[in-house]
Design a protein. Structure first.
Length: 281
């Protein structure tokens, strides 16, 4: 996975009606840092620099925004926190090796690294990590929904799940369930959960308008990805709110809004970015 690949000119998309949260937070990997923008008009109204590194993934919970940074695959990645409403970043954890996915709930923050580790940082206890390398080749995006943590595997092209209630400490051995079998996806990126489904960005086999968003219906016994939107310019981060999916398009240098019913085409809601990666609402 190469977040530093060159970007191309933005594509043109038809319009869409938005009813989402007024603010979205974008981890702009090679840009100004954490960008907070208003979805209603696309105004970039805050740009905040991380304490160190380049922002890669993000999640918002309560009054806080958590995001990961990465400078190299040597273990100098971090987890950082800043107030959603404004303020400087502070470092929460260091020594993370390519922390590509982050999720959070009332109990803990969960960080997945591209090299198979799940770091659990409880709000009221000592942090610990779980080795997932026997089940996942290259964890990428993560999403948390109703006590279940969903993890995308970039190389295997799969999605797995585990119960956060089983993450009790460093000796925990959670059962990792298969949601989408290996080969079901092509270079899946980040993931969002809601409305009985998972939504996964898929980079595709080539740069350009080859990316998709796949919908995975959790109500079926053996869910299979179905393409919700295609011809996207390298989609990465994804967030769901109020019937709209938001995805960061690296090659479009923007954030797109897409109706979850699949009847509305993608439309830029935030532009003027450099390398938009993770998203949080």
């Amino acid at each position: 996975m190469s977040p530093l690949s060159p970007v191309t000119a933005p594509a043109t998309f038809p319009s869409v009606v938005h009813t989402g949260h007024p603010d979205i937070h974008v981890a702009d990997f090679t840009g100004a840092g954490i960008i907070t923008a208003r979805i209603t008009d696309g105004t970039l109204h805050t740009a905040r620099a991380p304490a160190s590194g380049q922002p890669l993934s993000a999640v918002a919970t309560g009054d806080d925004l958590y995001f990961t940074t990465w400078s190299s695959p040597l273990g100098d990645g971090t987890l950082q926190r800043m107030p959603r409403a404004g303020g400087q970043a502070e470092t929460v954890a260091t020594g993370l090796r390519c922390p590509v996915g982050v999720a959070a709930d009332d109990h803990a923050v969960y960080v997945a690294t591209f090299y198979g580790m799940l770091h659990v940082l409880p709000h009221a206890a000592a942090p610990f990590r779980i080795d997932l390398t026997e089940r996942l080749t290259s964890p990428n995006g993560v999403a948390l929904h109703d006590g279940t943590l969903y993890l995308v595997d970039w190389d295997a092209g799969s999605v797995a799940a585990l119960d956060t209630g089983a993450l009790t400490g460093p000796g925990a051995a959670p059962v990792v369930r298969t949601v989408v079998r290996p080969g079901g996806l092509t270079q899946p990126g980040h993931i969002a959960a809601g409305d009985g489904a998972l939504y996964v960005t898929q980079a595709g086999n080539a740069r350009g308008l080859d990316g998709t968003i796949e919908r995975i219906d959790l109500g079926t016994e053996s869910p299979r990805p179905e393409t919700l939107a295609d011809r996207l310019p390298y989609p990465t981060g994804i967030a769901l709110h109020d019937g709209t999916l938001y995805t960061s398009a690296v090659d479009g240098r923007c954030v797109l809004g897409i109706g979850v019913d699949g009847t509305v085409a993608a439309d830029p809601v935030v532009t003027g970015l450099e390398t938009p990666w993770g998203l949080a609402l």
